[in-house]
Design a protein around this ligand. Structure first.
Ligand code: UD2
Length: 483
């Protein structure tokens, strides 16, 4: 058990003794839990960060020799050699999945502030007919891949201290969406204290620090600290298929992507999309000294983001949609010794805090504190080998981020319907469309029935009819549901 005197000394050494201001008001349990919270903090590291990221702003200058990155063309492109590579990669990927060397990993620790949804984002009903929660949609995809290959594909889910209990309860209440509980592992991401402009750590209330998640980059250390990496090693998993909780169109297990990563001995790979517009809120894939870097949209100078090539295309056109393959050995290497080698990013935020004079909680109206986060894509330049694979927006990206407008539930539902309608049309099923060519029915297909246009084309009865205005659902055994 940590001792009060030791902690007091540490806090004094680091100029954070104000944290004990309300010590005498705490009961014994609260005191114990507060001591544990304080003991978990590496105050030496925090001092360095306060100096470099709070008292000063870290250097965000863009390297002079920034070059655009050049992804491998997507499925269906007319580049024959790329398509031959895809075919080879698909075979390799399928082999690796069948050998049990692949795991799925979703980062679901974010706070979903922009969406304004109360629970964990993964519990949000997010499909057009059945209103499946995002977690169910991913569970069905991963199970479908596992069933196809008669193998176990374990699923790792990173939560945050705020949403972990609710996330796990959601899985228990829903029989783990068909997974065996032993094949789903939850772990919490780390946290970092919020720091005010004077470099003081903020209290949320007496005996509680104001903590916030350490960013999705925190997943690397969280994988190690939670034992997830060891679990993967025991199971023989070598490749981690990483995706975000907010994108219902993601292909959680993609043989071509996995195969390309493995064939090129990559340590970390990423999918890229041509940007919708120069300032789209996605990271920009760039090259510096031959290494792939992701420059976040907020850090990319507008002038560079808008630069065009002679044929009128955006020069920095490859956007990052946060879909990766990570080699387990690479994550082990990056987190050796327990500290992660990713850089920290600062964000000025409004953070509720306990006022030390009045003892009241203050809800600031302006940003009052610095939060520190790591981003997983900062691992790309640390990899010796990376693969960048272009994908298609209509096939794989329609995130739910905002309550309304672009990247909202409404836009994502439309995009899901469009994608499933397109798969059905490609298979020869006729789809009702309105005068503008928009799909005139709500359409949904269970990933357990078909998880790609090709799989659907091999199975579906082409004579099924879908009427305008229908809610059409093709269930796990091909049964028609909806209304
Ligand atoms: C992210 C990327 C952006 C682009 C976009 C695609 C960053 C900084 N930017 O933007 O480049 O790829 O996604 O959709 O990432 N999360 C955690 N823990 C955290 C923070 C986030 O698990 O501490 C998860 C969160 O649950 C979500 C994902 O990471 O699944 C993305 O988080 P975000 O919504 O903060 O990222 P966003 O939209 O700014």
């Amino acid at each position: 058990m940590p001792e009060l005197n030791d902690i007091r000394k540490t806090l004094e050494q680091h100029g954070q003794e104000h944290l004990l201001s309300f010590w005498d008001d705490l009961n014994e349990d609260q005191q114990q839990s507060f001591l544990q919270q304080l003991e978990a903090i590496d105050f030496d590291e925090l001092d360095e960060l306060i100096e470099s990221h709070v008292r000063h702003e870290p250097d965000k200058s863009i390297p002079d020799d920034l070059q655009p990155a050049d992804p491998i063309p997507p499925v269906g492109s007319d580049d024959e050699s790329a398509m031959a590579l895809h075919e080879q990669a698909r075979k390799k990927g399928l082999e690796l999945i069948a050998e049990g060397k692949v795991a799925a990993f979703v980062v679901a620790g974010g706070q979903g502030t922009r969406l304004g949804y109360e629970g964990p984002k993964g519990c949000l009903p997010a499909t057009p007919v059945v209103q499946k929660p995002l977690f169910r949609l991913f569970a069905e995809q991963i199970r479908a891949a596992a069933l196809r290959h008669r193998v176990t594909i374990p699923w790792y889910i990173m939560t945050s201290p705020t949403n972990d209990t609710a996330t796990q309860a959601h899985f228990r209440q829903n029989d783990f969406w068909g997974f065996s509980p032993k094949d789903v592992m939850f772990f919490r991401q780390g946290t970092m204290p919020a720091i005010d402009r004077d470099g003081k750590v903020l209290l949320a209330r007496p005996g509680r620090l104001a903590l916030s998640p350490d960013g999705h980059g925190g997943c690397l250390t969280a994988m190690r600290n939670s034992g997830a990496l060891d679990d993967m090693a025991r199971r023989g998993v070598e490749y981690i298929s990483y995706f975000q909780v907010d994108n219902p169109l993601v292909h959680a297990i993609d043989p071509v992507f996995i195969g390309l990563h493995a064939m090129q001995n990559a340590q970390m790979s990423a999918k890229a999309l041509p940007k919708r517009e120069p300032m789209e809120k996605v990271g920009n894939f760039c090259k510096v000294d031959g290494k792939v870097h992701v420059i976040e949209y907020s850090d990319m100078p507008e002038e560079l983001a808008r630069q065009c090539t002679s044929d009128g295309r955006l020069r920095f056109n490859a956007g990052s949609i946060a879909i990766h393959i990570l080699s387990r050995s690479f994550v082990e290497q990056l987190t050796e010794g327990g500290r992660c080698r990713l850089p920290w990013h600062r964000a000025e935020k409004k953070v509720n805090f306990l006022d030390l004079q009045s003892g009241q909680t203050v809800q600031p109206t302006e940003p009052n504190a610095v939060k520190l986060e790591m981003f997983v894509f900062d691992a790309m330049p640390l990899a010796d080998q990376t693969v960048l694979l272009e994908t298609r927006r209509t096939e794989e990206f329609s995130p739910i981020k905002n309550a309304e407008g672009p990247d909202s539930l409404t836009t994502s539902l439309h995009d899901q319907v469009r994608r499933w309608a397109r798969w059905l049309e490609q298979a020869g099923v006729s789809i009702p469309r309105d005068a503008d060519g928009q799909v005139a029915a709500a359409i949904e297909i269970s990933p357990l029935y078909a998880d790609s246009a090709d799989e659907l084309a091999n199975k579906v009865d082409k004579s099924i009819s879908i009427s305008p205005g229908q809610n059409f659902y093709l269930g796990s055994r091909g049964q028609i549901g909806g209304s």
